[in-house]
Design a protein around this ligand. Sequence first.
Ligand SMILES: [Ca+2]
Ligand SMILES: [Ca+2]
Length: 136
Amino acid sequence: MTRSAILLPVALSTMFLISGPAFAQGEIALGERPIKRAEVTAFVKKQFAEMDTNHDGQVSEAEFQAYRAKQPDDGKRGIGHIGGRWFEKTDADGNGKVSLAEAIDRPLKMFDMADMNGDGVASIDEQSMAQLLMGK
Ligand SMILES: [Ca+2]
Ligand SMILES: [Ca+2]
């Protein structure tokens, strides 16, 4: 058996160890890997579906509070983080319900701010710059 044949599975399992936790945290962490715009959209749609427990296409304040209660709070703040003031900040038209369009607006704006060259991918460098601009 050659040396590389032995090392490759080890390298792969290490990659999984590194990328694993980022997927388990319920949001897209910044500064860990390049993020695609489509990924942000897909993530917010999935998160929205998880929050909209009665499936009426709107997230009510009660649904938001229930989601918050079970969201792991590990101190990380990435794109799609549902903070304590998420509901009031996200309900742009103030009708007491958050629609999918409203939910997707802020994460995408954050993404577009990071994606400075507009190629649809926020590189790690671009994310670092965005974090600086956001004062983190
Ligand atoms: Ca709902
Ligand atoms: Ca609304």
